[in-house]
Design a protein around this ligand. Sequence first.
Ligand SMILES: Cc1ncc(COP(=O)(O)O)c(C=O)c1O
Length: 275
Amino acid sequence: MNNKVLEETIKKDIENGLQPIMVIGTAGDVSTGVVDNLKGISTICKAFDLWFHIDGAYGVPAAVIPNIKNLFDGLSEADSIALDPHKWLYCPLEAGCTLVKNPQYLIDTFSSHPEYYNFTKTEGETVQNYYEFGMQNSRGFRALKVWLTLQQVGRNGYQKLISEDIELSEILFDLAKKHPELKAVSQNLSITTFRYIPLNHKEGSDYLNKLNEELLNELQTSGELFISNAMVNEMYCLRACIVNFRTSKKDIKEIAEIIIREGRKAHSKLSKQKI
Ligand SMILES: Cc1ncc(COP(=O)(O)O)c(C=O)c1O
């Protein structure tokens, strides 16, 4: 998020008679893992009386690590935060969740009391009916697996596991930086983006985009490794997002080796097609 442009856009909207209602910042961008300047966004939201939502679906759990905590300054100012425990809290799929500062807003919005409901009549007992917090009425007990995982792993466990994932991602970035057939593009949190570039390559970026796309399709269907993609500054990149506590240094080394091996094959195939 470019906060200067954000502020100018809000002002322009207001001048044009529009009414902005909320800003969504990102704590751990899908493609590259970048964290927005959340403190800056929060200041703008306060100045214009806007709801501040953060998409922290992937990245927010990293705020638990002391030496990168300051990346997340402003997190506590959010009105709501999207968090996916099935991503970096290592819970089984799926367990999407939203944290809200003031749950009363949810009740005011969603609560209903049809006459056939008799859920709140117990004398002297405060009852929490989750159907009043959202659109879903009957619901499965997803919270159990999240609670169990939090109990099992604990704060110290998350600090250790998440730090290890970040370290693995940094190792992959370094491998890509050092290898002449790989270009390291970005590394934030546990996401590394990079691309395969054939030796002595002289083609323009269209060819490299096509080559990396072909390579990714090959890799995804190979069953040997699953990697995803990201567009960064119009470059088609391979994207490794490490959110599995079983991933090891050996895996990371193998990822680089497989990509180089398959990259050569894909280049040999694609360059022949061009001729
Ligand atoms: C930042 C961010 N937000 C939202 C999503 C969507 O998550 P889901 O598919 O689990 O709903 C993702 C998925 O990668 C993400 O990284």
